[in-house]
Write a protein that binds this ligand. Structure first.
Ligand code: FAD
Length: 370
């Protein structure tokens, strides 16, 4: 039986471990520090349409392919893990607060229409019927029915349960070195000094992936995001995810089924800076209130920092590496929750020797060569 070792127990490492165990591999996850994982802080939008930008057409195709898998994935996972993976099938409205913001939204709508994406412009009245909590500043918007969301914390617990039931072994601690005999990976060494031999190693270490000592360069960097959690309590609750252009800034509010609302997020190139700043929190709350005024009455329950695993083209790095037996599942950047079902499937397939799926081919490390 092949022994596969996974470096990193975030959403990507855990989902890949589960898929490999289902394929009959012996799987060990060296989990790292789960409290610092992006998978813990993320907002959980499954938003291939509203998250897309003009320069990221190949990534959009990958994101859409993952969204297509979500329904079946959530159903299978709920059964396998015995826990609700937190999928919410409510739509997203993308809205604008000022005439300049509205112009930006129109550009986005035109581009999405060019890409054949389903988004419907809404009148002011239609917007309020769809999301009654929008404030008076909001005049225009787009409805995207299939941009859903998922409570990533529930998802992660469900994946951990499914992986455990499938026989995945999880060990605490971190990997300090990927061991190899020149061309081929042989295992990993942990911070406890232990040498864990393996036939295959999957790197799923999120924003930390660029820091391993490897015989090749892996261009992954941390992109800091500050993010807040509010509790609606007895106050009126959002029924859709709201994404807004607001006086040149961007903010989103993602509702959970228990009345929690996730408000995010800053985008900062500051390495592993851990600070929650007054300015970051102020701007998020200011923009959230402009778009959804009642949010100012909600209880502020959490302010966190997380690090997106960024790459030069904002797309993941998947599949084989120059070191035989070392497979890559890194660089999910802003879309790691959305990409969890698809990336786990693609990477498990590659690790198992079934070759690289055509969907993954544009996203290998080779694209950065030279
Ligand atoms: C503020 C914010 C909001 C986001 N919102 C969304 C969203 O709405 N939708 C979406 O799809 N995505 C979102 N993302 C992105 C998403 O969170 C990430 O892409 C995804 O969680 C990456 O998962 P991962 O498993 O690759 O990395 P992580 O979740 O970061 O997990 C990596 C794990 O590897 C461990 N590790 C690191 N080094 C080692 C080592 N040497 N040995 C062992 N373990 C190690 C770490 O401790 C960590 O636990 C957001 C991210 C942030 C920061």
């Amino acid at each position: 039986m092949l022994h596969t070792l996974i470096v990193g127990g975030g959403l990507i490492g855990t989902a890949t471990a589960w898929r490999l165990a289902q394929r009959g591999h012996r799987v060990t996850v060296v989990a790292g520090d789960r409290s610092r994982a992006a998978s813990q802080v993320a907002a959980g939008m499954l938003a291939p349409v509203t998250e897309s930008t003009f320069t990221e057409t190949p990534l959009m195709a990958l994101n859409l392919a993952s969204l297509e898998r979500w329904d079946a994935f959530a159903t299978e996972l709920a059964e396998a893990g015995g826990r609700d993976p937190g999928l919410h099938r409510h739509p997203t409205v993308s809205v604008a607060a000022t005439p300049d913001d509205a112009a930006r939204l129109r550009d986005l709508a035109r581009w999405l229409a060019d890409q054949g994406q389903d988004c419907r412009p809404l009148t002011s009245r239609e917007l309020r019927t769809t999301e009654p909590l929008l404030g008076p500043a909001v005049r225009s918007g787009l409805l995207v029915e299939r941009d859903w969301s998922c409570d990533n914390r529930r998802l992660w617990l469900a994946l951990q349960a499914a992986a455990e039931r499938a026989g995945v072994r999880t060990v605490a601690g971190s990997v300090t070195a990927v061991e190899h005999d020149g061309d081929r990976v042989t295992g990993v060494r942990t911070d406890g000094g232990e040498l864990l031999p393996a036939d295959r190693v999957v790197l799923a270490s999120g924003a930390w992936a660029g820091g391993h000592e490897l015989p090749f360069e892996l261009p992954v960097r941390p992109v800091k995001g500050q993010i807040l959690r509010l509790a609606a309590g007895d106050l009126p609750r959002l029924s859709t995810t709201v994404r807004a252009f607001s006086q040149g800034f961007e903010v989103y509010l993602v509702p959970r089924s228990d009345g929690e609302v996730v408000v995010g997020a800053t985008v900062e190139e500051l390495g592993f800076d851990e600070r929650v700043t007054a300015g970051g929190v102020y701007e998020l709350l200011r923009d959230a209130r402009r778009v959804v005024p009642v949010s100012a009455e909600y209880e502020l329950t959490e302010c966190r920092v997380g690090w997106r695993p960024g790459t030069p083209d904002n797309a993941p790095v998947l599949g084989p590496s120059p070191l035989e037996g070392l497979e890559l599942a890194v660089g999910m950047h802003r879309n790691g929750v959305l990409l969890t079902p698809l990336v786990a499937e693609l990477v498990a397939r590659s690790v198992a020797g079934d070759g690289l799926d055509p969907l993954a081919r544009p996203f290998t490390l080779a694209r950065f060569a030279g």
